[in-house]
Write a protein that binds this ligand. Structure first.
Ligand SMILES: C[S@@+](CC[C@H](N)C(=O)[O-])C[C@H]1O[C@@H](n2cnc3c(N)ncnc32)[C@H](O)[C@@H]1O
Length: 286
């Protein structure tokens, strides 16, 4: 088993998983007895890019539970339903095996599918009258720019889901050529990721079309700005995680879709990001 575990993990993975675990715990705790103790919401977890269960940390022999397994083990109240999606068949088979060994099959579904098809389908159910008593936490953790804007829009439209997303800064840097417009292929990828060509504001308007200075912050703000147009509240921690040196540069962004619960969700997200920043400082000191 150990030899088969993914090797994409790094310090950035520890930070990401720390934020994920904290949000999952806080979400289930905050909604434990809502809206009423005798008539509670069904709590749903959705992992759009679920992986295979365990992650091997890079430059280390340590293997840690990934996001899907963390979500199976929240502290105060368990999720009632979990949906794990991954495009890779082997990953799904491993997840299914772990879920079966843990006897969690009654509350967990594993789908070998493209998240950009599966999430909108799930969200149209969640946003319908059938999802009235369901509240969801959706985690979006792609390697690069695999998540379409239409998928993010579908999550926001439910008004019943919170989104924690890994924003793939490294991949955006690669696609946003510095000294001229991106290639047509990269433009298509950027259009899909941003949902339109608003990424063009990152470039100077003259004939040279050079990407403006300011770099990473402007890139994240361009996306977070788009999110603010569709979510009730958005939290952008204004801080990057990981490092460009090992190719893991990213940031996390959060969107609360339910206007009635957005204040609470934002408080939780800010607390999670503050704690993640403490972890980052401690890791630098190690
Ligand atoms: C960064 S890994 C996820 C790690 C996972 N969250 C964890 O903590 O263990 C990204 C995963 O997304 C999957 N993936 C890539 N493109 C996808 C797509 N369009 N739909 C669903 N899964 C996809 C990959 O197979 C890979 O397992």
């Amino acid at each position: 088993m150990a030899n088969e575990v993914s090797r994409y993990g790094s310090g950035a993975t520890v930070e990401k998983l720390d934020a994920h675990r904290r949000y999952a715990d806080a979400f289930t705790r905050a909604l434990r007895d809502r809206p009423r103790k005798d008539d509670r919401f069904t709590l749903q977890y959705v992992d759009a890019f679920a992986g295979e269960g365990f992650v091997r940390l890079r430059n280390s022999s340590e293997i840690v539970p990934g996001s899907a397994l963390q979500a199976l083990d929240t502290i105060d109240r368990p999720f009632d339903r979990l949906l794990f999606i991954d495009r890779d068949l082997k990953n799904c088979e491993r997840l299914e095996q772990i879920v079966a060994e843990r006897h969690d099959g009654h509350r967990t579904a594993v789908r070998n599918a493209d998240a950009n098809e599966e999430i909108p389908a799930f969200c149209s159910w969640l946003g319908s009258r059938h999802g009235r008593m369901v509240r969801a936490f959706v985690f979006v953790d792609p390697f690069a720019m695999e998540v379409d804007w239409t998928t993010i829009e579908a999550i926001a439209a439910t008004k019943r889901a919170d989104l924690l997303m890994l924003f793939p800064l490294m991949s955006l840097r690669r696609n946003l050529k510095r000294d001229g417009w991106p290639t047509l292929e990269h433009q298509t990828a950027l259009n899909r990721f941003f949902g339109d060509d608003s990424w063009r504001i990152l470039y100077s308007t003259g004939g040279d079309s050079v990407i403006r200075e300011g770099g990473d912050r402007e890139i994240v703000e361009a996306y977070a700005g788009r999110m603010k147009g569709i979510f009730a509240e958005v939290v952008d921690p204004q801080r990057t995680l990981g490092s460009a040196e090992d190719g893991s540069l990213f940031t996390l962004v959060f969107g609360a879709s339910n206007p009635g619960a957005a204040d609470l969700a934002v408080r939780i997200a800010r607390g999670v990001f503050d704690a993640a920043s403490g972890l980052q400082r401690r890791m630098r000191l190690d």
